[in-house]
Design a protein around this ligand. Structure first.
Ligand code: NOJ
Length: 513
């Protein structure tokens, strides 16, 4: 069970309103009690924070905002003492525009120094048009024109994300050599692996052909989208894996937004990634056919290479599931039910901080928004800040123990007083205690190996399956109660009376021999 810590929003130790690594270290007991096996830490490396750390200016140092290298060492030591592994984010597709390589490239003019990035001359008279029609995932064109050393507008550089995140040129061997240095730097320091950002990016098709469908949404991928999933990316993963092989206990987990099973499985070949993020369950509606389809295809994709399946319902880029499933009481009940579905499935699970508290999305005022998506879309897309609001720990008013200052980097809504860790711990039926119990049972039962499960007969609005070891999970997505399958009830996401499972609830059962 990987627990995703979004460091800006987890716990602030120095009172500047932004979370940091000593803050995480101080809350490790909480993670241990929750049953976390490994932390996935979003980027903490040196960054101007245009995309909150996914714009890396120095990949081998920790940003002072998060407490510097020593704070990371302290946090890792504390985690290891508790048997919790620590994985970091690795960002190989792009750097920050403040990275010394990019600064030198812009200053040097066309040629040599720019070959670590993807600079091209523009089209049209005087090169006023971008080199092709690619769009940025965050909105607007994927190209920005630079001012040359002579003061005139000149070449364009490619950025699949923000203009402050120039894409690296993976045809240049220096780029891999530097990444290898970064991997070894952190793994020699005790880091247990990496979540690899945009692991289906990096390689670009020769000639950079136009996109057929430039009106595609955020982190979406068409089968014919030339920006991502180019065949050449697999050579890069093989080279990365060769470095990992020197660290046999370390794990490489790719963020792979690819939905064709065969294409996805390629990333999981024995000489590529250990694990691939799988977003099918996260994308499924609260609908029986959709959920079954997501599970079937996720298992089928992992089985192609005998890889371990992975599951996630939430992360720092997508609407929180309480809100996604309808909001309010209904959304929370469904989120709890889906947690039981996910935690029953064989494989590795990824839980996003605050998911275990049942946090919803926050409607932030315009003035609070910081996501580049908000700025690049000209205010049409509100972006991801609403899923990144700091954790409510204790007390009756913001900042709920997150920080000493009420002036937190994103405001915490006063109504989260009812959702704090302190408030939920003594309530037996709280969402937090429900997650703790589910994770404890999952851990004890160790049913989570393999890539198979057995579908059991179910009414049209239900999903019922049995996994290795005999655990049965039943989910009711319909509007009326359904009969619970036979067996002893281990855990339910909501009230279960008279042998029936209410709408929007799930249960775990076992049959005693
Ligand atoms: C995916 C990350 O999860 C997201 O937060 C980031 O903005 C993009 N990659 C660009 O690095």
């Amino acid at each position: 069970m990987f627990y995703q810590v979004y460091p800006r929003s987890f716990a602030d130790s120095d009172g500047d309103g932004v979370g940091d690594l000593d803050g995480v270290a101080a809350r490790l007991d909480y993670l241990e009690q929750l049953g976390v096996d490994a932390i996935w830490l979003n980027p903490v490396t040196v960054s101007p924070m245009a995309d909150h750390g996914y714009d890396v200016a120095d990949p081998r140092d920790v940003d002072p905002l998060f407490g510097g290298l020593d704070a990371l060492d302290r946090m890792i030591a504390g985690a290891h003492q508790r048997g919790i592994k620590v994985t970091m984010d690795l960002v190989p597709n792009h750097t920050s525009s403040q990275h010394p390589w990019f600064q030198a490239g812009v200053a040097a003019g066309p040629g040599g120094q720019r070959e670590r990035y993807i600079f091209r001359d523009g089209r049209g008279a005087d090169g006023v048009l971008p080199p092709n029609n690619w769009v940025s995932v965050f909105g607007g064109p994927a190209w920005t024109r630079v001012i040359e050393p002579d003061g005139n507008p000149g070449q364009w550089y490619l950025h699949l994300f923000d203009a402050e995140q120039p894409d690296l040129n993976w045809d240049n061997p220096e780029v891999f050599d530097d990444l290898e240095k970064t991997l070894r730097f952190w793994m020699d320091r005790g880091v247990d692996g990496f979540r690899i950002d945009v692991a289906h990016g990096m390689a670009k098709p020769p000639g950079l052909p136009d996109m057929k469908n430039p009106n595609i949404g955020m982190l979406r991928l068409d089968d014919n989208d030339p920006r991502f999933n180019h065949e050449g990316v697999h050579d890069i993963h093989r080279a990365i894996r060769r470095v990992f092989n020197d660290y046999p206990d370390a794990v490489a987990i790719g963020e792979v937004w690819v939905f064709d099973n065969e294409q996805f499985a390629k990333y999981l070949r024995p000489d590529e990634l250990h694990l691939g993020f799988n977003f099918r369950l996260l994308r499924a509606e609260f609908d029986a056919a959709d959920i079954r389809d997501a599970i079937t295809n996720s298992l089928a994709a992992a089985a192609i290479e005998g890889a371990t399946p992975t599951w996630t319902l939430a992360n720092h880029d997508v609407e929180r599931e309480v809100t996604r499933y309808g909001g309010g009481e209904v959304g929370l009940a469904r989120a709890r039910a889906m947690a039981l579905v996910m935690l029953a499935l064989p494989g590795a699970v990824f839980v996003y901080n605050g998911q275990e508290l049942g946090l919803p999305n926050v409607e932030l005022p315009d003035g609070a928004l910081q996501d580049p998506v908000w700025f690049r879309s000209g205010g049409r897309e509100r972006g991801r800040d609403g899923v990144r609001v700091p954790m409510p720990w204790e007390g009756d008013e913001p900042p709920f123990g997150f920080s000493d200052t009420p002036d937190t980097w994103l405001p915490i809504p006063p109504e989260w007083a009812a959702l704090t860790v302190e408030r939920q711990l003594p309530e037996p039926d709280s969402t937090l205690n429900f997650w703790r119990r589910a994770l404890q049972l999952r851990h004890e039962r160790r049913d989570s190996t393999g890539t198979t499960l057995e579908w059991l007969d179910a009414p049209p609005d239900a999903v019922i399956f049995r996994v290795a070891g005999g655990l049965v999970c039943a989910l009711n997505v319909g509007a009326v109660p359904i009969d619970l399958p036979d067996g002893e009830l281990l855990l339910a996401s909501g009230p279960v009376d008279d042998g029936t499972l209410p709408p929007g609830a799930a249960a775990w059962l076992v049959k005693r021999p």
